[in-house]
Design a protein around this ligand. Structure first.
Ligand code: 5GP
Length: 184
């Protein structure tokens, strides 16, 4: 769905469909080069990464497999609690695998640093991160994702898989949510 249909809920469009697709092609080319001759296991984090994963895998030339985890940190609010719970674990054994986590957004980094540690403890050959969005001004932990789609301002964004109270995931662009919506 196009951002126009969400009317006044969106304060500004940060990233258009064209910008997003162009950047995914660039990141995929880098990943293809870095992982030449290695099978990548892409690990997506539900539900926010569904949209970026769907577009990203189709930009890759490498052989990949894909698995999903569901973890909970957020509820329906706009602030990260840092408390992580596994709602759905991986089906894949990570022993010796080259894991590339695909995340929707790196905000404080609390969720991702927990996830990296968790996956590392399962004996993979490597664990790297592709985060579609990163808020450099919000990051609270030492974390250096190998691939970053876009650095964005420290505002609450929705669209392209990212929700507020489970809405707006189907917006094709990424936009800043009008703060008055939080109060609903
Ligand atoms: P962190 O632990 O890095 O603070 O938060 C990571 C998770 O919080 C993301 O996976 C995402 O679900 C949620 N999150 C953080 N910032 C935003 C945002 O601006 N918009 C939305 N929709 N979710 C966010």
């Amino acid at each position: 769905m196009k951002t126009d249909h969400f009317g006044k809920d969106i304060a500004t469009v940060l990233l258009t469909e064209e910008q997003i697709q162009r950047r995914l092609v660039e990141v995929a080319a880098q990943v293809d080069e870095d992982y030449a001759d290695r099978d990548i296991l892409l690990v997506g984090v539900l539900k926010g990464a569904v949209v970026v994963m769907a577009d990203f895998i189709r930009c890759l030339e490498s052989h990949v497999t894909m698995d999903w985890m569901a973890i909970s940190t957020y509820g329906s609010g706009t602030k990260s609690s840092g408390v992580v719970r596994i709602l759905k674990d991986l089906d894949t054994d990570l022993d010796g695998r080259d894991v590339l986590i695909v995340e929707d957004i790196l905000d404080t980094g609390l969720t991702l640093s927990w996830l990296i540690e968790n996956l590392r403890s399962r004996g993979p050959a490597s664990v790297e991160v592709f985060t579609f969005l990163r808020k450099p001004d919000a990051v609270q932990v030492e974390l250096d994702p190998k691939y970053v789609g876009f650095d964005i301002p420290n505002e609450f964004v929705v669209g392209y898989g990212l929700d507020y109270a489970e809405h707006y995931r189907n917006m094709r662009e990424v936009g800043v949510l009008e703060p008055s919506v939080y109060g609903r």
